[in-house]
Write a protein that binds this ligand. Structure first.
Ligand SMILES: CNc1ccc(C(=O)O)c(C(=O)O)c1
Length: 449
């Protein structure tokens, strides 16, 4: 239908998952209606009277951000939480200096090569508190022609009764995550979270905090938090029935993963994704979705999309073994095969028909040890370099045994399943080498030198 849905109607139609992709300039209207939301629609006056907000992110264009807020909300207090990585914070201070309503909060990055990757909004309304967890930088190009993921919480009402925690421990986990910034500018928001009722939240929080986590802290963040959550809420009873159920990882960048798959990917990381004790016989298939050069060349943005896929040649050369795991970016059912992915998702299907899912995670975390953590000191500490955050959907929390991909209430998957392998001529996109043999969809070549 060419019906134009309001932001409120979009939220109602997205129940019970509340999981959206960003709207895309250049695709048909209908594919920007169902389970799709723009930055302006997230901030629409229809949601209520905004009091103040906080924006956690990696890249910021302050003029662009303010323009997305309705004019009557532009002067409300706005806290910007960014990675304190010495260098380019100067530009953020310059951008923000004309706006007294903007306060800056540096997130400490004490471990080298860490980034403040977390993309999250705190929106305080007169009626309550909304949390948005997503994958887009706060710059125009991240919201225009890419595939990005967004989870929008209900507006959590101010506390008056006793029920306040969600059945997924989301409130406690969010407080534990924010406390780890140890930032005075976040004290107001910690107090605000405490004062609101999160009992209607049905997703689990999976966050990463930089550090060397040991003892009771080991399972609080990164891939061990995912392992612990899957183990607790999916349970081993599925062990035998699903031990070969396929797992999919989909992301927009890749770190240095070691000389072989066993170095980290299929030993440590896959053990967390399969959550079954490592004694389970056959290891499940792991399929990785990462754009090929052809996916980037033919995308709506052309080779420019590759600027947001910062997989470098130095790492790519060290891990040629990874190519065997790669599958193309393909999203025909959402009309987003040409909307280059900046979303990051991980999922487990029940079998190789991919008609049902055991769980689904949307997160800021790419395929890297920096994001997920790496076990050290004989598996007694988990070392994480970056801040990350995501939400995990588990069928039990939706009174289902599995998620259906097709039957209502169908889980709105962002890409086509089963994943489609690279063709023999396909290469993974690498950001810092030239592509001058074939022009892209804009007639341009890519020459980073
Ligand atoms: C080194 N900095 C970044 C690397 C990768 C990404 C990504 O999301 O793919 C981002 C970002 O866009 O936040 C930053």
């Amino acid at each position: 239908t060419n019906k134009h849905l309001s932001p409120i109607e979009k939220l109602e139609q997205s129940e019970p998952f509340r999981f959206f992709l960003t709207t895309v300039h250049g695709i048909s209207h209908i594919h920007n209606q169902s389970n799709a939301m723009s930055f302006k629609e997230i901030l629409s006056t229809q949601h209520g009277q905004l009091v103040r907000s906080a924006q956690f992110n990696y890249m910021f264009d302050i003029e662009f951000i303010l323009e997305q807020y309705p004019s009557e909300f532009r002067l409300k207090p706005l806290l910007i939480v960014y990675g304190d990585s010495r260098h380019d914070n100067h530009s953020l201070k310059l951008q923000s200096s004309p706006y007294p309503q903007i306060e800056l909060c540096p997130a400490r990055l004490d471990i080298p090569y860490g980034t403040h990757h977390t993309k999250m909004m705190f929106l305080l309304y007169e009626t309550g508190l909304r949390i948005v967890i997503h994958t887009a930088n706060l710059i125009e190009q991240d919201w225009k022609q890419k595939t990005q993921g967004i989870w929008i919480s209900p507006i959590c009402p101010k506390l008056n009764g006793t029920t306040e925690e969600s059945k997924t421990n989301f409130k406690k986990d969010l407080i534990q995550y924010v406390e780890r910034y140890r930032a005075k500018q976040l004290q107001f928001w910690l107090k605000t979270i405490t004062e609101h009722d999160f009992s209607n939240i049905n997703v689990h929080l999976i966050g990463s905090i930089p550090g060397r986590h040991t003892g009771p802290d080991m399972n609080k963040f990164g891939h061990l938090k995912l392992r612990q959550t899957l183990k607790t809420y999916i349970g081993l009873e599925n062990d035998a029935q699903y031990s070969s159920a396929p797992i999919v990882g989909q992301f927009s960048s890749i770190g240095s993963l070691g000389a072989t798959a066993n170095s980290w990917l299929t030993k440590e990381f896959l053990t967390s994704l399969k959550q079954l004790n490592s004694s389970a016989l056959e290891s499940p298939e792991l399929k990785l979705i990462y754009p090929s050069v052809e996916n980037v060349r033919t995308s709506l943005e052309g080779y420019m999309a590759g600027g947001s896929l910062p997989y470098n040649i130095q790492n790519a050369m060290k891990q040629g073994w990874l190519v065997n795991f790669f599958h193309q970016w393909k999203a025909d059912h959402r009309q987003r095969s040409r909307a280059s992915p900046h979303i990051k998702t991980y999922l487990r299907a029940t079998n190789d028909q991919y008609k049902q899912l055991l769980w689904f995670l949307v997160t800021s975390a790419n395929l890297s040890k920096a994001a997920w953590g790496v076990l050290e000191k004989n598996n007694t500490q988990l070392m994480i370099r970056s801040y990350e955050i995501g939400v995990l959907f588990i069928p039990k929390q939706f009174s289902q045994s599995v998620f259906s991909v097709s039957d209502s209430p169908a889980f709105p998957i962002p890409y086509d399943l089963p994943p489609v392998k690279y063709q023999s001529t396909d290469k993974p996109w690498v950001v810092d080498i030239a592509y001058k043999n074939q022009p892209d969809s804009h007639g341009n070549m890519w020459d980073p030198s």
